[in-house]
Design a protein around this ligand. Sequence first.
Ligand code: ASP
Length: 583
Amino acid sequence: MYRSHHCGQLRSSNINEEVTLSGWVQKSRDKGFVIWVDLRDRYGITQLIFDAERTPEAMMTMAKSLGREFVIQVTGSVIERASKNPNLETGDIEILVSKLTVLNEAKVPPFTIEDQTDGGEELRMKYRYLDIRRNPVKDNLIFRHKVTQEVRSYLSSQEFVEVETPYLIKSTPEGARDFVVPSRMNEGQFYALPQSPQTFKQLLMVGGMDKYFQIVKCFRDEDLRADRQPEFTQIDCEMAFVDQEDILNIFEGLTRHLITSIHGKDITSFPRMTYDEAMETYGNDKPDIRFGMKFGELNAVTQHKDFSVFNAAELVVGIAVPGGNSFTRKEIDGIINWLKRPQIGALGMIYSRCNDDGTYKSSVDKFYDQDDLGKWAEVTGAQSGDLVCVLSGPTDKVRAQLSALRMELAERLGLRNPKEFAPLWVTDFPLLEWDEDSKRYHAMHHPFTAPKPDQISLLDTDPGAVKANAYDLVLNGNEIGGGSIRIHDKATQALMFDHLGFTPEEAKEQFGFLMNAFEYGAPPHGGLAFGLDRLVAILGGQETIRDFIAFPKNNSGRDVMIDAPSPIDTTQLNELHLKVDLK
Ligand code: ASP
């Protein structure tokens, strides 16, 4: 028996018991005649004591030679500590060791295995197994386990069945590139790793499974953006005989369940907003609604004067920054410079200070009088003490810029409280999205999303205006899930492929299996998927998903621990019928 208790378990009620513990040496303090060793395992730390009076000499010598991260087993009696440590759950006791076994020695670790470590990110990733011994990483993994357990329990209670779908499939276009796997037995042919189980879960609905979910890995070969992983996990769900309302209700239930079971908090409101409204009010389809600073469109109250910048703009739009009148001139210049950085690309910013005495002072007083500025304040909802920040230009660009500014200022003003959870459904997404590069429409969500039935006729005349029963779940300014009602008949699916630029042959080649299935009694169905990594991170009050993944890839998509991707040898290449021309 390696242990009778774990290292976080013993209390003063165990005093005088004989126990056996196993774990890692966190650190030892050698005072010559007394040696204290902190023994760590997943559950906590227990202090061991060896002292010259009670410990045999040979064991004293052995205790002195214990290095950091040695794996040891001890047997001894639980005694009361002379000086107690209230910060440690086991801080009232220590173990007077009578038997010490070194189970394995350890090299000196390349960084300190403590809550605050001296190891840089890359180094910690290389030795991730050591990083996992640290509380912050270990606790995140345990937290993730708790979230997935709650997900499984909630969905099971709602009669969802977890079904596994294959990883070696044929490509499913969901906007990204596929990772492909060459087939040894079928020369010149390839599997693709799923970007999501989308078509399979739809086929499960045709198969009558009714309510499906899966906590599943998805693979997307995208250019890596900060905090994206080439493989990530979804909570993937699909339901038959449902409309959008049924789906929103079920997953509102799941979200509430998670926040209550994990944080003991009730979500008081779960608002919904259309995509158009989100873009108008927040310039963004995943608005953080924990704070205000809603957009106020100012065209009507700015374009009647001689200020040509505003007059020429498609959109003039502003936000009221709470308390922003206290910003110094220098701080405002800083904000303007921040906006002008290429990542944001604004040409400048006009502002109006709302003074405590009810007067205004703007950067364009030459053009606008107090009445005008009063209207700006009214439209943006500014109070005295606020600062109205105004941008102008082409609608899409300006909305994106002002939205970035809104988030940045909220961050600086401490308005993004990680302990507060503000979910939001954004609904009625456009079906199609114009792609400038390829000069054609792409499916905004994916090609299986159904247009709103009354808008199908618009597909021919104004495709960009067609809305879908597609929705996103947004939590604290992050998109954590998205889904749609699907097309479930062959004719509409063929029409959709046609609008996406597929010839009937291409559509048949790639999606014949789905269109065939639609001819055998496909029920109306829909679903959604949550990004588990991000959901867990946000529920954990953080935004970096890597910290919640046991073995993440770095920013260049590499696993620096196992060193992947890596070349394979010629025999393997030949077997796969692959020729690699390394220049
Ligand atoms: N398959 C979709 C995605 O990965 C989710 C869905 O429509 O259910 O985003």
